[in-house]
Design a protein around this ligand. Structure first.
Ligand code: SF4
Length: 113
């Protein structure tokens, strides 16, 4: 039996999954999907920031366009840390496409004039 907290919404249901992948404790179906994904192929969305190279001491927030395998988080963060952009920036602009070949882009999430 595995137990963990669902992180899909703020309710934070305490989930239990038995050896036959029966999920209990979930208030809604999304919790069951999350529990099975967490045990078979855990993924995460990353939020971070990158340097704005034409503004002193300024960072702009970014996020992944989708989920990446949990085991790739540190490699993706290393790639994000190498990135920089020039202002002005616009929400949704792609800073890096298909990062590490994972089929996910790094997107800007803040407008800077
Ligand atoms: S099981 Fe449903 S209600 Fe409970 S935390 Fe997950 S998404 Fe929210």
């Amino acid at each position: 039996m595995k137990e963990f907290t669902c992180i899909i919404c703020p309710r934070g249901c305490r989930l239990s999954v038995d050896d036959n992948m029966n999920v209990t404790g979930n208030f809604c179906p999304r919790g069951k999907q999350y529990a099975i994904s967490e045990l078979t192929n855990p993924v995460r969305t990353i939020t971070s920031s990158v340097r704005v190279n034409n503004r002193e001491d300024l960072l702009v927030s970014v996020k992944t366009s989708g989920s990446i395998p949990k085991g790739k988080i540190f490699e993706v963060m290393e790639e994000i840390n190498k990135l920089s952009v020039a202002a002005p920036t616009r929400i949704g602009h792609v800073v890096k496409s298909n990062i590490l070949g994972l089929g996910v882009d790094i997107l800007i999430t803040k407008n800077i004039d």
